[in-house]
Design a protein around this ligand. Structure first.
Ligand SMILES: [Fe+2]
Ligand SMILES: [Fe+2]
Length: 168
């Protein structure tokens, strides 16, 4: 089956993974350029899902979308919160852990993308155009205050993850 939306988002996952694997350097330092590309790209990716894909699918079948979407939303919240404090190896590990599971649940057969793609089949091309035209999210500099990491840890908890377990 032809799946343009699934392919579009999956390609973006691979692009972002390509940045993420290069964020931690051999000496465990953070590669600032790759982190910036990843942070900018992931925030835009989440924006495309939250502002374009989910609303379009919900318009067709609100009940179904409301049933399947909460966990993805909680994980988007946790990932976004993890991009607020300055990056450390532990934070990058936690992002990688959540993203692996999150992307799999979106991409798998019968997963989130397949469901949204089927619901919005009448408007695939319009949605693709909107996705391509999505602007980047304005970025704030990382926030070194302890509350930034504490908020991220709480957002992870709401999504069912324990930071201390997934940051190693
Ligand atoms: Fe997502
Ligand atoms: Fe995604």
């Amino acid at each position: 089956m032809n799946k343009p939306l699934h392919d579009f988002f999956t390609k973006d996952h691979h692009r972002l993974e390509g940045y993420l694997v290069n964020v931690i350097e051999a000496d465990n330092e953070i590669n600032v350029e790759y982190y910036h590309l990843f942070r900018k790209g992931l925030l835009r990716h989440i924006k495309m899902e939250e502002k374009i894909l989910f609303p379009a699918a919900a318009k067709v079948n609100k009940e179904l979308v409301q049933k399947i979407i909460p966990q993805f939303r909680l994980e988007h919240g946790a990932l976004t919160a993890l991009l607020v404090p300055p990056p450390t190896k532990a934070i990058i590990n936690a992002i990688q852990f959540v993203l692996n599971k999150h992307d799999f649940e979106e991409e798998k057969d019968g997963g989130l993308y397949d469901i949204c793609e089927a619901l919005t089949i009448a408007q695939t091309n319009t949605l693709l155009q909107q996705l391509i035209a999505t602007e980047e999210v304005p970025l704030h500099p990382p926030n070194p205050a302890p509350i930034a990491l504490e908020s991220a840890i709480r957002a992870l908890q709401r999504a069912g993850y324990v930071y201390d377990e997934i940051c190693k």
